[in-house]
Design a protein around this ligand. Sequence first.
Ligand code: NAP
Length: 295
Amino acid sequence: MQNSPLILDGKVVAADVKNRLKDDIATLLSKNIVPGLTAILVGEDPASQVYVRSKERQAKKLGLHSDVIRLDAHSTQAELLAIIHQLNNDAKVHGILVQLPLPSHFDEDAVIEAINPEKDVDGFHPISVGRMQIGLDSFISCTPAGVLEILDYYKIVTSGKHVVVIGRSNIVGKPMANLLTRKGKRGDATVTVCHSRTPNMALFTRQADIIIAAVGVPELITADMIKDDVVIVDVGINRVGDAKLEKGYKLVGDVDYQSVLPKVKAITPVPGGVGVMTIAMLLSNTVKAAKKLSL
Ligand code: NAP
């Protein structure tokens, strides 16, 4: 008889992360240093607008300075690079983030590379990625960092476990897999990475002690693809139509939550799991940047 599954509550863990930042913020404020985060939003993408507003609200609530530079969707690469250059040289700004995706005429890689790595609070700059890869102190991409916080908070050990990461994007899948193979706490796992070219993915997911799904395909992982007592972290956030709801859609993850629930040891819900962690980790990176740049 299976015990009831542990629901890994991102809201609780995010609150804990933010709480742990308070002492550092107080120390900085006592020295008249206000950790500053500036977001650049290009265009009118509604999901990006929501994210950026939420980042600004949560940063201010914690006592950080936060502002948003809004650019027209038709702005040029040169205009965006000039703003990044200005922010790189502004001592009041400790963290810079460019909300992705950018309109298609921008060269995203060049934009990310233009950010001063010491202010790269999203952890996307090649220097941050490279430092993380070889185990040096760095800004870590916020979503995978949030996944590790959740596992740690709920004392889910990764050492010696077989973790299957589904997805190999630069912002989630790849850094996730890399972090889990690092030596030491929160690492030491044996990691398999699956992606769209993986034939018979269930062959791998059925062997997993921990599954981390970062795919973007609604409810791809079903009960027949997992073994009993697996831990599942569902990074996916997908909108699917639901005529019963006033807004006309609901959010679901990459995992078929209801079907897997009776088999799992622990699972993150969507929404309320990994999604809420990302901003908490961004704020944590901003405080870290302020400390490194100012103290
Ligand atoms: P992405 O860049 O589109 O990458 C998706 C990955 O999934 C790719 O590696 C792709 O393989 C793989 N994939 C696609 N279809 C597959 C299939 N049928 N079977 C196996 N693998 C498949 O997406 P992302 O940015 O990593 O985001 C993934 C999901 O996480 C999305 O739902 C996104 O909304 C969500 N997300 C949430 C947060 C948050 O919680 N704050 C943050 C970021 C992303 P290929 O490489 O072969 O194309």
